[in-house]
Design a protein around this ligand. Sequence first.
Ligand code: 3H9
Length: 694
Amino acid sequence: MSDKKVRVEIVEEVALICIDNPPVNASGLAVRQGIVAALEEISAAGSIGAVGLYCAGRTFIAGADITEFGKPLQEPGLPGVCDTLENFDTPIVAVIHGTALGGGLETAMGCHARVALPSAKVGLPEVLLGILPGAGGTQRAPRLAGIPNALDLILSGRHVAAQEALEMGVIDRIMEGTPRDVALAAAREVVAGTLATRRTGTLQTAPDDAAIATTLAHVQQKHPQLISPQKCVECVAASTGDLQEGLAFERAAFMECLASPQSKALIYAFFGERAVANIPEKTAQARDIGSLGVIGGGTMGSGISTAALMAGLPVTLIEVTQEALARGVATITSNLEGAVKRGKMGAAARDAALARLTASTEMQSLSEVDLVVEAVFENMEIKKEIFGKLDGICKEGAVLASNTSYLDINEIAAMTGRPQDVLGLHFFSPAHIMKLLEVVAGENTAPQVVATGFALAKKLRKVAVRAGVCDGFIGNRILGYYLKAASYLVLDGAHPDQVDRALEGFGFAMGPHRVGDLAGLDIGYMTRKRLAATRPPEERYSGAIADQLSENGWNGRKSGKGYFVYDGRETLENPDLNAIIAEARAKAGITPRDFSVAEIVERYMTAMISEAARVVEDGIALRPVDVDVVFLMGYGFPRFRGGPLHYADTIGAAELVRRIEAYAEEDAHYWQVPDLLRKMAADGTTFADLNKGK
Ligand code: 3H9
């Protein structure tokens, strides 16, 4: 087998081009050069009637090689390769298997016909990386599929199944077989005249000013801060005229997006989600997980059960009473129903998932399961009792996990005679939807058990991040710290609505007070009570306003009232809130002052970054990127800012130290410069350097 990334095979009157660049056939320099060389070779061979272009391995081209972005472009560039394909004298048919994404689909659209295997998918996901299809995609997709379909593909970035792509006009035919066999058969059909070919660039895009105007308005309203969605619409609008002009317009827009901090952050996030799998335990052999036990049928337990059932695992759900068990089963059923409605599964798959569920009030039913997740409420004594029992019930080698979001895994593990089998699996609510899983390694957790946590996450289609033991692990520990900053802002003079709006303007989906109302203010209330005894006397109390809301029974959305009042889908002002705030300020002897939007964002973000730096410094997170992924996937951090520590690099350690020292003049207990940040400021390192192990 040749080690060339692009190979040519001549079979009688047709030529086959095979791209072979594992793992995903990204079109890096060698692939681009190889395609051009392959076309030259085919030209030189003469008397070829048609060319079939396909890929080896698991997928068609997954796009441009993202690792080349930011480096000087080496010719030939992908736009030029697509033009060369389109202008080639002999018709070329692209054969798509796996996924043809971004530059991959653009390559296929540069060919003269497209055939897909039934299981193939196509998409233009560039917008998710803060860029746009920059190799002719914004010009060729509307020519093939019309403006509305092209806008849908380019702005959603979704993967479209072959059948839908056929209906859209993006592909021409669906054929079964191996990619090579289909390429050969399709090329022969081109020669025989039974598969039509044409140059995409010669087609005319039908103008659709209404679709352009509506989409532009929608994009500006939904993503006001994002550059690339708006540029995508402008490029598609430019596809109704001359092809070369449209391509030049697209090129300029692409380069502008690529140079933006937004695309750098989004590309960082893409690689970050994969980098977190690089853990010390990655070479350990994960244990086989063929079945799951879940203790607790509340929101979390039911969500975890749903996720496992949807992934094809049998689940045994345990509750203390028949009534609680019935409630858990009802929640799981309704979760699965929701998945059917969202198109995530069909009715038959839902029925099969439910058939995999066993419900029991006997812990003994867990004796044969491979992994147990305890998901009862946050009470150390109850958890300890459960783990003590599990130790006596579960088979040897079973993995015993707690879904605690704060508590000490080592203390829980110590209740068993097998602490090496115990770890934390911290799911995020709703657990069948949220993609984040914190895998918490205790001091005695065996490497295979940590690896098993990661393997389970993969099975459940979640992104696992490794965390060490501390109160709140990575995410909730940092959250607990910066929520105090938000409370101090309100105590000192800002209004909760003003704080929320400032942070929503920064890019958070919701400000902290709206999130608090959504999650339930009673959670924070109970946590403050739990930690009251450990609060140092010099700490300024931040919970006075939230305490009063909870004590009034106003726990947020579920009670119709919290920081805001909820009337159906409407969020209104809470008319009693100002009096509560005034009373708390008066009690603490505070004269309120004004805060600008910039100062609110600055203080809140500096607090988040400080604690995130300490989490890295303490080794709770392996690297800064682990913190970033937790925040992007679990805490609604704006993806286009890359995560708190990627964002921190845009400010710089020296400026962050300066800010913290200035704030410390008001409150030297809360605002302390993390050692790591001070060191970084002194030696000029960045969090990006730490990610690279520098
Ligand atoms: C583009 O095309 C721009 C053009 O319009 C214009 C140009 C001028 N490049 O995800 P996986 C790596 S922008 C480089 O775990 P899966 C990935 O990091 C591009 N590397 O596999 C990982 O490495 P590692 C538009 C890439 O089976 C390994 O491959 N395209 C690229 O779960 C396996 O990946 C996209 O945005 C790449 N393009 O999923 C598609 N793609 O093993 C991006 C992947 O070291 N890719 N890698 O961690 C994907 O969505 C998924 O990778 C895919 C496979 C669905 C293809």
